[in-house]
Design a protein around this ligand. Structure first.
Ligand code: C2E
Ligand code: CA
Ligand code: CA
Ligand code: CA
Length: 279
């Protein structure tokens, strides 16, 4: 190999070759997974802090990989995004989540809200509106029970187009939440230009509450900012009672996190909700 010419070296650098092959294989497997719908949604409770009631859930995607088992979205969403496969995967997630929320609401005889994460590609998809409309129609879920989570960077990429997309979604009746709030680069001035209903305080702030003075100040400020704009404020990644106490004390509306419930398969989620954990 050492004697091979420059051109050959450029094409057969073993390290690059290996990485590229792994990637190609993953893309192949992901494409196959889209065909066979080899995904699962896990659901994490959203809890109303004042009443302690579960008001809904966030749907979190997992890939059922034939060899690796359940693969976390952090590992495959970037690849799905680059290849555009996220558009089909996201459509599946949207449809599945709406059907699930409708079925829970029927068996509980009260409405649950389902939150679904959108990726940048999905958000820019001209067919998004139609896909949301279809997911609602085929599940029978009222639009007001669907919440779409988007990030600041998705809104700030092309703010005017983003605002137009959001207004159209709002006209359908769905709710819009800003995910990971505080980690992006949105200017506060922009916030009021977007038709949003909810801010989600990023876990990176919540996790240092109440010990870090700086992060506690940030969390408190986001709560009061959200409230003064008339928005619902959700804290994500709540793991300790001290964090929950702090959030409650400062008037945060909704909490989500391991303290209140890990993401669970649909069957386990509804068992948890009905308070009859069989195992
Ligand atoms: P995210 O939307 O910020 O979701 C919250 C993540 O934090 C989830 O990770 C959740 O399992 C985790 N989490 C929840 N509570 C706690 C806690 O108390 N402590 C800690 N340490 N973590 C907690 P997950 O499920 O691995 O999802 C990671 C990211 O993948 C999500 O972040 C979201 O950006 C993306 N994602 C998940 N599902 C979808 C989807 O259907 N479509 C798109 N486009 N992205 C998705
Ligand atoms: Ca989210
Ligand atoms: Ca989040
Ligand atoms: Ca996050």
């Amino acid at each position: 190999a050492k004697k091979s010419g420059r051109n050959q070296m450029a094409f057969f650098s073993p390290a690059l070759d290996h990485a590229a092959q792994t990637r190609l294989q993953l893309v192949d497997q992901l494409r196959e997974a889209v065909k066979t719908e080899a995904f699962e949604l896990h659901y994490q409770a959203k809890v109303d802090i004042a009443s302690g009631r579960t008001i809904g859930a966030e749907a979190l995607l997992r890939w059922k990989h034939p060899v690796r088992g359940l693969v976390s979205p952090a590992e495959f969403i970037p690849l799905a995004e680059e290849t555009g496969l996220i558009v089909s995967i996201g459509e599946w997630a949207l449809r599945t989540a709406c059907i699930q929320a409708m079925s829970w609401s029927r068996s509980l005889d009260r409405w649950l809200t389902i939150a679904v994460n959108l990726s940048a590609k999905q958000f820019q998809d001209p067919a998004l509106l139609e896909k949301v409309r279809q997911a609602l129609a085929c599940s029978g879920l009222p639009a007001s029970r669907l919440e779409l989570e988007i990030t600041e960077s998705m809104m700030m990429h092309k703010p005017d187009e983003a605002a137009a997309t959001m207004r159209a979604l709002r006209q359908l009746g769905v709710h819009l939440a800003v995910d990971d709030f505080g980690t992006g680069y949105s200017s506060l001035g922009y916030l009021s230009r977007f038709p949003i209903q909810c801010l989600k305080i990023d876990r990176s702030f919540v996790q240092n509450v109440p010990d870090s003075r700086a992060d506690s100040t940030i969390a408190r400020t986001i709560v009061s900012l959200g409230k003064s704009l008339g928005l619902t404020v959700v804290a994500e990644g709540v793991e300790t009672q001290a964090q929950l106490d702090f959030l409650q004390q400062h008037g945060c509306h909704i909490a989500q996190g391991y303290l209140l419930g890990r993401p669970l398969e649909s069957g386990q989620f509804i068992e948890q909700l009905l308070g009859r954990n069989i195992r």
